[in-house]
Write a protein that binds this ligand. Structure first.
Ligand code: PLP
Length: 408
């Protein structure tokens, strides 16, 4: 055993080191100039999206939820690979525009949109996934002020949740979306106000690895959209069916069976109710598209023993990899896949704890990890770092500053 946890199989050794895009970890760090460093692989992302397209019905559009990774070069790279982009703030809108996305490819979901964000979105012509009746009223008002018919969809708070998902976003009281029973009246109001009605956005959860659970949720989404449209007497030009496709982070996690999801969806698409016959369908995915394509490289600056426990102290930590430290929505901390990048093909020899450089016991990158013997100067690789890493971690904590990023 070379390392810990489900290291994506695309990562191989070259000259004894972890190689990404054909270059060794040491070469990449040298080129970047320093550690810690996030490296994202173009080849892995491209392969992932290509395989997904083959598995899904052709009619289904694939959107990228940029909250997973807003790194500029990656965002630009994704523009040619996906059909649309989901944003969650006016800040993300600016980043998306800079990366070359067209407004009609962009949809904006997220609670608490401020008036200036609504102005920016409506002026640009992006679709707003409305989170409440109040937000709808403000969007219509701002549209009037600007003399623009805003592109509006309703984000529905569904009465079901995504079974087995790491983050549930439906099935009860939620700050997201409009409760399903209030949707028909609101949809009617929006259409009657002369907005550019786009349809529904139904997102029920994230990080599911069980294909059956996703098939079930997608079935519920199609049923609910048809029911709501029927009750409101409106069309559904577009249906964002949510996402939730998970990736294996931990020991014993198994990759999602996307082929099974594709087959089930194809069957449903072949037998749609009248109101959904001309609908354009999309799913929005973040981590599934980019999570496994990223590696976080951090250098060992100290090796010490305390009460018979060996610690490898690195120059990275939770300020870049909050999720890997177990502090980003996890109940029980478990190790992300970790390896000694500079000894990638060596056998494990010892049990160590890998920690970051912050003076808090929360700053853990791997507990009781079986790894090859590593010394000061070696590089540690934390895998599954392509989503919710750099931008989802408190980079300024303790004056540390951000990590470097690189697309190879
Ligand atoms: C509305 C919405 N879309 C997309 C995502 C992306 O999730 P994931 O990265 O798990 O695909 C999230 C995550 O919370 C979300 O809330």
């Amino acid at each position: 055993m070379k390392a810990l946890g489900p290291i994506p199989p695309e990562f191989t050794a070259k000259e004894g080191e972890l190689a990404i895009g054909g270059r060794t970890a040491s070469e990449l760090v040298k080129e970047a100039g320093d550690t810690p460093l996030f490296v994202y692989s173009r080849a892995i992302i491209e392969q992932r999206i290509g395989d997904l397209r083959k598995a899904m019905p052709e009619r289904l559009k694939i959107h990228f939820a940029m909250k997973a990774n807003p790194y500029g070069l990656l965002l630009e790279f994704m523009a040619d690979l996906v059909d649309g982009l989901d944003i969650a703030s006016a800040g993300e809108l600016e980043q998306a525009r800079e990366a070359g996305y067209l407004p009609r490819e962009i949809s904006f979901a997220g609670p608490g949109k401020r008036d200036r964000e609504l102005f920016a979105a409506i002026r640009a012509g992006v679709t707003l996934n409305l989170e409440s009746a109040n937000e709808a009223e403000r969007a219509l008002q701002i549209g009037k002020q600007l003399g623009i018919a805003p592109r509006l969809a309703i984000r529905v708070n569904p009465p079901f949740e995504l079974r087995g998902s790491g983050m549930k976003m439906g099935g009860g009281a939620k700050p997201f979306g409009v409760d399903a029973d209030r949707v028909p009246t609101l949809a009617r109001t929006i259409v009657d106000a002369g907005a550019n009605w786009r349809g529904f956005h139904i997102y029920s959860g994230s990080q599911a690895l069980d294909a059956e659970a996703l098939i079930e949720a997608q079935g519920h989404v199609l049923d609910l959209a048809a029911q709501l449209a029927g009750e409101a007497g409106v069309e559904v030009p577009h249906l964002n069916m949510g996402g939730g496709f998970g990736i294996p982070y931990f020991d014993k996690d198994t990759p999602l069976d996307v082929a099974a999801i594709g087959v089930a969806l194809e069957k449903r698409f072949a037998d749609l109710p009248g109101v959904l016959k001309d609908t354009q369908f999309a799913i929005e995915l973040g981590r599934y598209l980019v999570g496994e394509a990223g590696v976080y490289l951090t250098r060992i600056v100290d090796r010490k023993v305390s009460h018979d426990t060996t610690y490898l102290v690195t120059d990275g930590g939770l300020h870049h990899q909050l999720a890997a430290s177990g502090n980003f929505g996890t109940v029980v901390r478990r190790n992300y896949p970790v390896a000694i990048a500079t000894r990638f093909d060596a056998e494990p020899e010892e049990e160590v704890n890998v920690v970051g450089c912050l003076c808090t016991p929360l700053d853990r990158l791997a507990d009781a990890a079986h790894l090859p013997r590593a010394e000061v100067g070696d590089l540690v690789a934390v895998f599954c770092a392509g989503a919710y890493g750099a931008s989802a971690s408190p980079a300024t904590f303790l004056g540390q500053g951000p990590a470097l990023e690189m697309l190879v």
